[in-house]
Design a protein around this ligand. Structure first.
Ligand SMILES: N[C@@H](CCC(=O)N[C@@H](CS)C(=O)NCC(=O)O)C(=O)O
Length: 203
């Protein structure tokens, strides 16, 4: 059994958990909730991963795998179904979109740390605005491209969905659906998938 350190609200952890469900290997994973923070690190996670971040996967032989993209690649290697196209332009598009979606999640997470964690006297509002600008530009860019929430979904679709789910969870006031009807329709369709329901941080 593999051990996955994760937390329900983490968009990166959700991405790997959804990937595991979609690949049908979730029963091989023992998910262990780990609370992490850039200040005050989690000892169990830090002993497996010097970065002390989640998700971190520990294999049966004790080897630790991180970050989320490496974990997804590992899961992908365990089955015949591929969440990343094996070659050609589609491969590079999907990997770049995954990186963009992860970057959108990273930027919103950093903005959240700034407002929820950093002492008020040390805050820098331009920096927070700069992070949220990355989120807004990414939303606009993703709105312009078609996404699948069907059985052919890729890791890019899962990563975009995970980043949007995080915005719902932590930035509801942003109301990203208002100016992004295409993404809203994509997310609504994704929300019916068993992998999505099983990993909902609100349940
Ligand atoms: N690039 C990493 C990002 C992981 C990440 O930032 N995780 C957050 C939780 S959502 C974390 O562990 N934060 C604790 C910290 O920054 O020390 C990945 O894709 O796995």
């Amino acid at each position: 059994m593999m051990t996955l350190y994760y937390a329900g609200p983490s968009p990166f952890a959700r991405k790997v958990l959804v990937a595991a469900h979609e690949l049908g290997i979730q029963s091989q994973i023992n998910p262990v909730v780990a609370s992490v923070s850039p200040v005050g690190q989690n000892p169990a996670v830090a002993s497996a991963n010097p970065l002390a971040k989640i998700p971190t996967l520990v294999l049966e032989n004790g080897q630790a795998l991180f970050d989320s993209r490496v974990i997804v690649d590992y899961f992908d290697s365990l089955t015949d179904r591929c969440l990343v196209p094996e070659s050609g332009p589609a491969r590079w598009r999907v990997l770049t979109e995954q990186a963009q979606a992860d970057g959108m999640a990273d930027a919103s997470l950093l903005a959240r740390y700034e407002s929820a964690l950093r002492p008020e006297a040390l805050r820098w509002s331009e920096w927070e605005t700069g992070q949220m600008d990355k989120v807004h530009r990414s939303l606009d860019a993703f709105e312009a491209s078609a996404r699948s929430a069907g059985d052919d979904l890729t890791i890019a679709d899962i990563a975009v969905g995970s980043a949007l789910g995080y915005l719902d969870f932590r930035f509801a006031e942003l109301d990203w659906r208002k100016d992004h009807p295409g993404l809203a329709a994509f997310y609504a369709a994704l929300s019916y998938r068993p992998s999505w329901i099983a990993t909902d941080p609100k349940s």
